[in-house]
Design a protein around this ligand. Structure first.
Ligand code: SAH
Length: 389
């Protein structure tokens, strides 16, 4: 087994439980490291830290899987970890649809598995974990006897690992459009064509938390995707909901979702939210509640400034459409935008708009996407309910 000796570290990030070892943190390598190989990592005093899979082609050279030298990395290892991840979710009461494995936070770096009823959608985002895809599929078959498993590896980040972007069935084919249950609503999702793994389960609890704010209200749901916030709002008793998305496919799905939940009071608009909000602000339109759940405006550290401009603009425009005393429900799903920075951007927008903001509720992603304090990247979703005065 190749041995990796770390440079003396300024911070003790790795020894304190962060599983990534960057290529510039290594002092010495003993052995001919191959792509995907399980390597042993030692600190500069030769104290064993952990074992993980290596990728000499990636800036993240190693991702640690275990902190025990003797623990074998094989199918039994992955089965144990996936069972642990499942037990945690069962304990919390998750049943039909939830994130079964949330990568680093479940000690399975770069592996994402979502359970959508009887189906599974997975991502293997690093070379090392991709090597175990066959075993992972077998484990899901053994533990859940699912009706189907799909890979959504159509993500650019795989290219940094020397992997191709790909998606498709892992095993038998099945209809990828399926209806899941979320907070007692029926949600039609498309595992093959929906965003990311098919659907955003990270907002499930947050969607439920809008109930007291939308009753009898006029609601604007921007960046609606499958219309799940819109469906929740209408189902919780909103007077009228308007769902906006730039994608026709998303709007078509959102319409189906309104219909399968027998909700007739949702209007749908296919438009660029930036332009539409500006136009509607000019026209003086007002809503009791405005929901903003945009895509991650940045997927890289280098683009943070642009992303912040995007967040500020959308929040400024959104806020102007909220009636005095109404609510702005606003989110950011990029881990590069830290919670304090996101808060600052919304506050700046409020100051520019001449509004007073009262914080009612702040939550991160749902508990099936746990946050590992030792791995700051695992906190990514910020969800605010703010009263605009
Ligand atoms: N609110 C959704 C998730 C939103 S994902 C949920 O609860 O699941 C982001 C959505 O924003 C995508 O559906 C995408 O099509 C849409 N989108 C991206 N840019 C947009 C823009 N400029 N205007 C409107 N919609 C946009």
């Amino acid at each position: 087994m190749t041995e990796i000796i770390l440079s003396p570290l300024k911070n003790r990030r790795i020894e304190n439980g962060h599983p990534w070892i960057y290529d510039n943190e290594v002092a010495d390598t003993k052995g001919d490291m191959t792509q995907g190989e399980i390597v042993a990592v030692y600190n500069h005093k030769k104290k064993f830290i952990g074992k993980g899979y290596a990728n000499p082609r990636s800036h993240i050279l190693v991702r640690l899987l275990t902190y025990q030298l003797k623990e074998e990395i094989n199918k039994a290892f992955f089965k144990r970890k996936i069972q642990e991840a499942y037990s945690y979710r069962q304990k919390l009461g998750y049943q039909d649809s939830f994130r079964l494995v949330f990568g680093e936070a479940d000690f399975l770096p770069a592996l994402v598995i979502d359970k959508f009823g009887d189906y599974f959608s997975l991502q293997t985002l690093a070379f090392g974990i991709d090597q175990f895809k066959k075993e992972i599929v077998e484990i899901l078959e053994e533990l859940f006897n699912p009706k189907g498993i799909y890979e959504r590896n159509d993500v650019p980040v795989r290219e940094l690992e020397g992997l191709s972007q790909q998606s498709g069935f892992l095993g038998r084919e099945f209809p990828t459009k399926t209806i899941i249950t979320e907070n007692n609503f029926k949600i039609l999702i498309d595992i093959a064509n929906g965003q990311k793994t098919g659907y955003f389960l990270d907002q499930t609890a947050n969607r439920a938390s809008i109930a007291p704010f939308v009753r009898q209200a006029t609601v604007l749901d921007c960046f609606s995707h499958t219309g799940s916030f819109a469906v929740h709002a209408a189902g919780y008793g909103a007077k009228k909901v308007t769902a906006v998305d730039i994608s026709e496919v998303a709007i078509a799905t959102a319409k189906e979702n309104a219909s399968i939940n027998n909700l007739a009071n949702i209007d749908f608009v296919t438009a660029n939210a930036f332009d539409l909000l500006k136009e509607w602000a000019k026209e003086g339109r007002q809503f009791d509640v405005v929901i903003l759940d945009p895509p991650a405006f940045t997927k890289t550290r280098g683009n943070i400034e642009n992303a912040l401009r995007g967040y500020k603009e959308i929040n400024l425009r959104g806020m102007k459409l909220v009636k005095k005393g109404g609510f702005l429900i606003t989110c950011s799903c990029s881990h590069f935008i830290k919670p304090d920075i996101f808060k600052r951007v919304i506050f700046d927008a409020a100051i520019d708009a001449g509004k007073i903001v009262r914080e009612i509720l702040y939550k991160p992603q749902g508990n099936d996407h746990p946050i590992l304090w030792n791995v700051e990247e695992t906190l990514y979703l910020k969800f605010y309910i703010l009263q605009i005065l």
